[in-house]
Ligand binder design. Structure first.
Ligand SMILES: NC(=O)c1ccc[n+]([C@@H]2O[C@H](COP(=O)([O-])OP(=O)(O)OC[C@H]3O[C@@H](n4cnc5c(N)ncnc54)[C@H](O)[C@@H]3O)[C@@H](O)[C@H]2O)c1
Length: 320
């Protein structure tokens, strides 16, 4: 049985990634420090270890077990927290990734590492979307800088140490198990507000666009990046894949679509524009289609309906 280590597997996307590997007959180990992840997200069939990716225990684990693949999702994901405490962000997102890569290098492992990066913050506000992988990077937050730095390290380990890796750059991921309390996740926040009969707050005029991509599609993209043949190693973007729908949806339209999908009417309130917020962000994902055979299969309306149904069931006390 092939073996995969999913870091951050008690989190939103990581738990779906673990599900896809289990469905495909892999032995799954999950590492998560539960700083934001939840034990109930860990699939019963996976081995779970509560350790930090910055720890020597992680290094020991990847040295002792020969993993065929590591999908690296453990991260500090909150842009605003990265601004408030860039040292903590860099410690987890850069040094955690280096800790993993150095341990694999020292163990002479042939493991493929799939790193989960961002297709939003990475390209910054200076490009005109849709953003292609090779567009100039202008990270504007410590979070985006740490993600880009980790990608540079992966490229370095590939070039100098012949190590196998890919980076998947996600749009705005939404779906069941997303935490409605974090900054990331407007869909989860809106679902929570609707179920509490509270208004949906839109910052600015709501014309800002994002590339909303369903978590099941994203988890499949991670699996394909872990198992398909990859292009030659080379420059930073050689093995980077945008994962998104190619479409920008405004927050106002998202709020409308969600109300339709949920079959409810919610009040919308507008709040002042948040300084530093990107206006438009969506990606071109043709490379993932052409080289990994990946295309999104869940439409925004379908995905919103599934997501709202999951939140509704949870409020009703039913665990999914
Ligand atoms: N959600 C999105 O829209 C989105 C977009 C682009 C990229 N990403 C990336 O995808 C990955 C997963 O994001 P998510 O949305 O599922 O977030 P999440 O917070 O649900 O998952 C991250 C997980 O990492 C764990 N973690 C944090 N620090 C850790 C540490 N030091 N050691 C071990 N575990 C640790 C957390 O407990 C959590 O379970 C992240 O790398 C994130 O940067 C997410």
């Amino acid at each position: 049985m092939p073996k995969v280590l999913v870091t951050g597997g008690a989190g939103f996307i990581g738990s779906h990634v673990a599900d896809v590997f289990l469905e495909n007959g892999w032995e799954v180990t999950i590492v998560d420090d539960l700083s934001s992840g939840k034990p109930e997200n860990v699939p019963a069939a996976a081995d779970f270890q509560q350790i930090s990716v910055t720890s020597s225990e992680l290094a020991r684990l990847v040295t002792q077990t020969r993993f065929d693949v590591v999908t690296h999702l453990a991260a500090q994901i909150d842009v605003r927290k990265s601004v408030a405490d860039p040292i903590n962000d860099a410690t987890i997102n850069i040094l955690g990734t280096l800790n993993l890569m150095e341990a694999l290098r020292a163990a002479r492992a042939t493991t493929r590492v799939v790193f989960t990066s961002t297709g939003g913050a990475l390209y910054g506000d200076f490009n005109t979307p849709p953003n292609y992988e090779t567009y100039p990077k202008d990270p504007e937050s410590p979070y985006a800088i740490s993600k880009l730095s980790a990608e540079y390290y992966l490229a370095y380990f590939g070039r100098v140490h012949n190590m196998d890796s890919a980076a998947v750059r996600f749009g705005n991921v939404y779906g069941p198990r997303q935490d409605p309390h974090g900054e990331a996740g407007v869909v989860a926040i809106f679902c929570g507000r609707i179920l509490e009969s509270k208004p949906l707050t839109i910052f600015g005029d709501g014309s800002q666009t994002r590339d909303y991509v369903y978590v099941g599609d994203v988890a499949r993209a991670v699996y394909l990046a872990a198992t398909e043949a990859l292009p030659e190693r080379g420059r930073l973007d050689a093995r980077a894949f945008n994962i998104g729908t190619g479409k920008g949806t405004s927050v106002v339209d998202l709020a409308k679509l969600l109300q339709q999908a949920a079959g409810v009417k919610a009040r919308i309130e507008f709040a002042p524009h948040r300084p530093g917020e990107q206006q438009d962000s969506f990606v071109n994902a043709d490379k993932a289609r052409d080289l990994l055979g990946w295309t999104p299969s869940v439409t925004l309306s379908q995905g919103l309906a599934r997501t709202f149904a999951w939140f509704e069931q949870r409020v009703g006390g039913v665990t999914v």
